[in-house]
Design a protein around this ligand. Structure first.
Ligand code: ADP
Ligand code: MG
Length: 683
């Protein structure tokens, strides 16, 4: 393959000492390739303009001539240097701050190119950069890249070094995209694109370079994700579920409600996948309360009736307990057994459970992370369902999956993912969407009130409870401190118990033992507790249809998706429901969150706004999202390119030439390096 820029240390570039090389490491720059792909985040425009085009406040570059005598004023340790200039036919004043040494150079009639901010009223420019035409450094007339630098690495130095790097190694930058794609989009070559991003001739050319590299980043990512799936599908067959329609009907008929049209559609999609030899990898997304659980139940039922076992993994013990209860109730009439495996199932109980799982005496296991421990074995795991998917790391899901022989996988999420992200994060994972909520649901009314109206909020609690309903009161979130959150909850619980002596106020927080939490939840389910004071432990999944009031204290401290999740705890039955956000936001983002929540209760809209406010990197929380980081591409702004890249990658992988033709060798090498052929680094 010739020399790879990947294997050449930056030190090899003239002007980079061993010491400077070390300093570059801090910026993730180790090799020549890294350096050449260290792109500027903007450009300074040193192309001269005519004064007539420049507006007040603009930063601009002008070619001018010195006509006045420079005047230097000193005050304290500072100085101001002013000089009359002419940029034919206009006269103006140029001002330098704290650069008194420029005075000597400002000789009459000398030509100078100055960059700075234009002040129309004072007819003056404050100089930030200048260069004399007779002693230029070559900045003039160019767009100068601006890199993210710091420490001993200066802007001027890195510009010089990257330029040098391009001179020495630019010709060795390999092409990676196939001719067909380069032709299709009329892309410039890779080496020209990279060079032009660092030193664009003009704005248009710079954009062309960027266009090509953005596409490349997104295309390679899509190729990687999709190649992985294609290879997996080709190599390993999934479980074929044989359950027939009549058997499934029996179960569906036993439910206390009729499936919504959306649920019926998704049911078909799931069953179709299950019966096929392909390994199902389906994401089920639906707003809170859209009825996802029953689809998980159908999938688990179908796997058991086909002779396999099923696992349901959820992020919290409370949720595991809840699912355990509801599945047991649903499956009992069909002789299907359900077990619970969480961190608090230990000793004898745990041993027995593991044994019956391994021997195939237990059909379904519901649990938390405890399910992915090493000593958990199945006799024949055919279906893995994970609920509230975004809380699990990519690895955790694939560990569970590997406990079976390519079981089908259904991932459920209540945080509807904007299409932008779904397409990126999940590659060609199939997506089912529950677009409607069950009939008869009354929309949730959301109010935003200032804390001084708390009295009236508490009256609302009274009213709901008097009508036989229940309420949640969520405590303020103290960042980084679970301990303070808990203290808040305890304090609030005392206050509420005093405020409502005539009914029972419960308390729930993360520091309670699983047994205690379970006891409180059980009491809340059975309406022994009417008002539940809680931290965010009830955020996901909790389903108490009789609860109609959700009050969130200091609501502006919560993220938008989190608020929507909390709100989703009510409005799950036939009764009118309310969400009250108590907040006096100090920040703009806090106010925007409150407005977004009162504007809409559509989860897709909420997550779209959340994405806008937070940016994609933050959207899924931590690194576990598997969200790639791009150097140039921006998933929101470059969404259309992402879609194109996705389709192109899919088409290319279908082409048998892809695996043989020389035109695709660089792409195959890329996949090889990304270890697509060896392991499952992507879920
Ligand atoms: P989520 O999508 O938030 O997980 P759940 O599956 O917990 O929602 O369902 C919310 C509530 O709606 C539950 O109480 C469930 O029993 C009920 N439900 C689900 N499907 C229907 C339906 N088709 N008709 C009426 N109620 C339903
Ligand atoms: Mg749920």
């Amino acid at each position: 393959m010739g020399i790879s820029l990947d294997s050449i240390e930056v030190k090899q570039i003239n002007g980079v000492s061993a010491q400077k090389q070390n300093e570059l490491h801090a910026f993730g720059v180790f090799t020549v390739k890294d350096l050449l792909e260290y792109y500027p985040f903007r450009y300074d425009d040193f192309r001269p303009r005519s004064l007539s085009e420049i507006k007040h406040g603009d930063k601009a570059t002008l070619v001018a001539k010195v006509i006045g005598i420079p005047v230097l004023q000193r005050f304290g340790g500072k100085s101001r240097l002013s000089c009359k200039m002419v940029a034919e036919p206009w006269m103006f004043t140029a001002t330098w701050f704290n650069q008194h040494y420029v005075r000597e150079q400002l000789t009459a009639q000398r030509e100078i190119v100055i960059t700075g901010k234009w002040d129309q009223k004072r007819n003056a420019i404050t100089v930030t950069d200048y260069e004399f035409t007779d002693r230029g450094e070559g900045k003039i007339g160019t767009l100068q890249p601006v890199y993210s630098v710091g420490g001993k690495i200066t802007q001027t130095w890195i510009r010089k070094i990257i330029h040098q790097g391009l001179q020495q190694y630019g010709e060795l930058i390999p092409e990676i995209l196939p001719h067909s794609i380069i032709r299709k989009y009329e892309f410039m070559s890779r080496k020209r694109a990279i060079a032009t991003i660092h030193r664009p001739e003009d704005t248009r050319e710079g954009q062309q370079g960027r266009r090509r590299m953005v596409y490349e980043e997104l295309f390679l990512f899509q190729l990687k994700v999709q190649a992985f799936r294609v290879l997996n599908r080709g190599r390993m067959d999934g479980v074929v579920h044989t359950v027939d329609n009549a058997t499934v009907r029996q179960f569906v008929r036993s439910l206390p409600f009729e499936l919504t049209d959306a649920q019926k559609r998704v049911e078909l999609e799931i069953l179709q996948d299950m019966r096929s030899p392909y390994c199902m990898n389906r994401l089920l997304q639906g707003d809170v309360g859209s009825g996802k659980t029953v689809l998980a139940a159908i999938a688990l039922y179908a796997t058991v009736k086909s002779g396999f076992q099923g696992a349901l993994m959820v992020p919290t013990e409370i949720l595991a307990e809840q699912h355990m209860r509801s599945l047991t109730k649903m499956f009992e009439p069909f002789g299907i057994t359900v077990g619970l495996l969480t961190g608090s199932v230990t000793g004898r109980k745990r041993k027995d459970l593991l044994a019956s799982l391994q021997m195939g005496m237990l059909d379904i296991v519901v649990g938390t992370h405890a399910l992915i421990q090493e000593d958990v074995f199945f006799r024949g795991l055919g279906m893995v369902v994970t609920d509230e998917q975004h809380r699990f790391g990519v690895n955790q899901r694939s560990i569970l999956r590997r406990k079976g022989y390519n079981p089908d996988v259904l991932t459920m999420t209540a945080t509807p993912i904007p299409r932008t992200l779904a397409i990126t994060v999940f590659g060609d994972m199939d997506v089912s969407t529950l677009s409607e909520r069950p009939k008869g649901r009354v929309p949730i009314m959301t109010y935003w009130v200032k804390p001084d109206l708390m009295e009236r909020v508490l009256k609302l609690v009274n009213r709901e409870v008097d009508q036989g309903r229940q309420a949640y009161l969520i405590c303020p979130l103290i960042e980084e401190s679970e301990k303070l959150d808990v203290q808040n909850a305890i304090d609030l619980h005392i206050q509420m118990s005093q405020a409502f002596p005539h009914y029972k106020v419960g308390l729930l927080h993360g520091r309670m033992t699983p047994g205690e939490k379970d006891e409180v939840m059980r009491a809340f389910y059975s309406n022994e507790i009417q008002l539940l004071v809680s931290t965010t432990v009830v955020e996901v999944g909790v389903d108490v249809p009789n609860a109609t009031l959700m009050i969130i204290m200091d609501a502006d401290r919560f993220g938008l998706s989190q608020l929507h999740q909390l709100r989703g705890r009510v409005g799950r039955g036939q009764h009118a429901s309310f969400c009250v956000l108590v907040a006096d936001p100090k920040s703009e983002i806090g106010r925007e969150r409150m407005t977004a929540m009162t504007d809409t209760d559509d989860g897709f809209e909420v997550s779209r706004r959340d994405l806008e406010l937070r940016g994609p990197g933050d959207f899924f929380g931590t690194k576990q999202s598997g969200l790639p980081e791009f150097r140039l591409a921006d998933m929101t702004a470059d969404f259309e390119v992402l879609e194109q890249a996705r389709d192109d990658a899919a088409e290319l992988l279908k082409d048998t030439d892809f695996w043989t033709s020389a035109d695709y060798a660089p792409l195959r090498n890329y996949l090889q390096n990304e270890q697509i052929f060896q392991g499952d680094i992507i879920d």
